[in-house]
Design a binder for this molecule. Structure first.
Ligand code: HEC
Length: 404
C-alpha cells in the first residue's frame, strides 16, 4: 500500500509539469488510466508493471495512429480492459489526445517493454479463505465475500433484539486484479475493540477508511470500521484475521446444512416493491441495489458485488412487521431528497457519512432504521431509492429464497 501511495504522490508531482489540458480529461485520466499508465504516462506504477503497461513515450507507440489508440482503449489491448462501456466516444478521443501529450519528439532512450508475468493465479480464493480461516461466497466479478457476523453481541434497540444479519454482520470482500486484490469491508466493534483493531489493520497494510455508528440508541453501543486496500490478498486477509482475533467475534459455526428460511412477512411482495431480488440468511431478508454508475477506484472498476451500493435488511418482528436497517448509497446532491423521503415515510436516518475515501463518483451513505408494517416500509424505501441514480427496478421479483 505504502509503495502505491508513494508512487501516486510522486506521479502527481510529475503530472504538474505536463502541458495544460482540460481539467476534466486530466481527472478522467487520473481516475481511469493512471493506476496502470502512471500520471506521467511511463506505465511503471506497481499495478502498471503487473499488467505490462508500456511507456507511451516510445517510438512504437508514437507511430501508432490515433484510431489505433481509440480502438485499443475501447476494446482493450493485451491485459488492458476495454472501456467501451464506461467512456463516451468523446471522452475516449480526449483521452487519446491527452496520452499524446506524454509523447515527446526526441528520440531519447526507450523503456524496455515490461515482460513481467501477469497471469492470474488459478487457485481461486482458497489462500484467502485459509488466511481468514473462514469460507466465503463467490460473487460475480471475481469477488469473494467473507462474512464474520457478531453472533456474540446481544444488541437491542427500542426493545427489538437485533439479529446479527440485520446490522451486526462484519464482512470483507476481495476483488482480484492481476495477482493483487482490491478489498472493502466493515468490522463491527464494541467501543473498547476499536483502538487495538485499528492498530493491527494499519500495521498490516489495510486502510481504515471510516469509523462511526450505523445505529442510534442501541445497547450496547456498536461502532463500525470500514476497510479498504489494494495489495496482496493473502496478506490483507491475514491482517483482517489478526484484527478480528482481537474482538470477541466467534469462530465460524460448523458447516450447517442450509435450509430455506421462512420469514413472517411477504418476501416476494417486498422484492417487487423494491424492484430487486433478495436473499434470506440468518433470519433476515437482504436486498442490494447497486448504483447505476460504474464505480472506479484507482482506475479499476469496483464490481457491484463489492458491496458499495445500497443495502437493505428486513428482520421480521411479528404480525407482518419488520425492523429495517441498512444504508442508501448516494451522490451528494441526492442526500437531502432521500433523507426527506425516508422521513415522510416514517423511516429514521441514523447516520450520514462516507465509507470509502477514493471511489468515484464520491458516495455518501444514509443509514436508516424503522419498525413498522414490512410492505409499508418497503414502499418508503422505494420512494427514497427513486431519488437516487440506482439501478432501475429489475423485475417482477420472483421468490428467490436462495440461501446464502
Ligand atoms: C489495468 C491497467 C490499465 C489501465 C487501467 C489502462 N491501461 Fe492502457 N494499457 C494497459 C496495457 C497492459 C497496455 C498494453 C501494453 C501493450 O502491450 O502495448 C495498454 C495500452 C494502452 C495504449 C496503447 C495501445 C496501443 O496502440 O498499443 C493506450 C493508448 C492506452 N493503453 C490508453 C489507456 C487509457 C486512455 C486508459 C484509461 C481510460 C488506459 N489505457 C487504462 C494497461 C492499462
Amino acid at each position: 500500500m505504502k509503495t502505491i501511495t508513494n508512487i501516486v504522490v510522486l506521479s502527481v508531482m510529475l503530472a504538474l509539469s505536463l502541458p495544460a489540458v482540460s481539467q476534466n480529461t486530466e481527472s478522467l485520466y487520473k481516475a481511469k488510466c493512471a493506476a496502470c499508465h502512471g500520471t506521467d504516462g511511463a506505465g511503471n506504477t506497481v499495478v502498471g508493471k503487473k499488467f505490462g503497461a508500456k511507456d507511451f513515450n516510445t517510438s512504437e507507440l508514437k507511430n501508432e495512429t490515433d484510431q489505433g489508440f481509440v480502438d485499443a482503449v475501447k476494446k482493450g489491448r493485451a491485459k488492458m480492459p476495454g472501456f467501451a462501456n464506461s467512456l463516451t466516444d468523446e471522452q475516449t478521443k480526449a483521452l487519446v489526445k491527452y496520452v499524446r501529450g506524454f509523447q515527446h519528439h526526441d528520440t531519447g532512450a526507450q523503456t524496455q517493454p515490461n515482460t513481467a508475468q501477469t497471469q492470474t493465479n488459478n487457485d481461486g480464493w482458497k489462500a484467502v479463505e485459509d488466511a481468514l480461516a473462514r469460507k466465503g461466497d463467490l460473487l460475480p466479478g471475481d469477488v469473494i465475500r467473507i462474512n464474520m457476523p457478531r453472533t456474540d453481541l446481544h444488541v437491542t434497540l427500542n426493545g427489538t433484539e437485533i439479529k446479527p444479519a440485520l446490522a451486526l454482520g462484519a464482512w470483507a470482500a476481495f476483488h482480484r486484479i492481476g495477482k493483487e486484490a482490491m478489498i472493502m469491508g466493515d468490522l463491527v466493534l464494541t467501543e473498547d475493540e476499536v483502538a487495538p483493531v485499528m492498530k493491527v489493520l494499519h500495521d498490516g497494510g489495510v486502510e481504515v477508511t471510516a469509523l462511526h455508528n450505523h445505529l442510534l440508541g442501541e445497547a450496547p453501543k456498536v461502532m463500525y470500521i470500514h476497510m479498504g486496500g489494494h495489495g496482496d490478498p493473502v496478506k490483507m486477509a491475514e491482517t483482517i484475521k489478526a484484527a478480528v482475533a482481537l474482538t470477541k467475534t466467534p469462530p465460524p459455526a460448523g458447516a450447517a446444512v442450509k435450509q430455506p428460511e421462512e420469514l413472517a412477512f411477504d418476501i416476494p411482495a417486498i422484492e417487487k416493491i423494491i424492484g430487486q431480488t433478495g436473499k434470506v440468511s440468518g433470519g433476515v431478508l437482504h436486498i442490494n441495489v447497486p448504483r447505476a454508475e460504474t464505480l472506479m477506484q484507482h482506475g479499476f472498476e469496483v464490481p457491484p458485488s463489492m458491496g458499495a451500493g445500497t443495502s437493505i435488511n428486513f428482520q421480521p418482528i411479528g404480525n407482518g412487521q419488520a425492523a429495517i436497517a441498512g444504508d442508501l448509497a448516494l451522490a451528494g446532491e441526492e442526500v437531502e431528497a432521500a433523507v426527506q423521503a425516508l422521513r415522510v415515510n416514517g423511516i429514521e436516518t441514523t447516520a450520514l457519512h462516507s465509507h470509502m475515501l477514493d471511489v468515484q463518483p464520491t458516495l455518501f451513505y444514509v443509514h436508516f432504521w424503522a419498525t413498522d408494517d414490512a410492505l409499508k416500509l418497503a414502499k418508503g424505501l422505494r420512494n427514497a431509492l427513486d431519488k437516487t441514480n440506482s439501478v432501475k427496478p429489475a423485475m417482477n421479483a420472483k421468490n428467490s429464497q436462495t440461501p446464502q
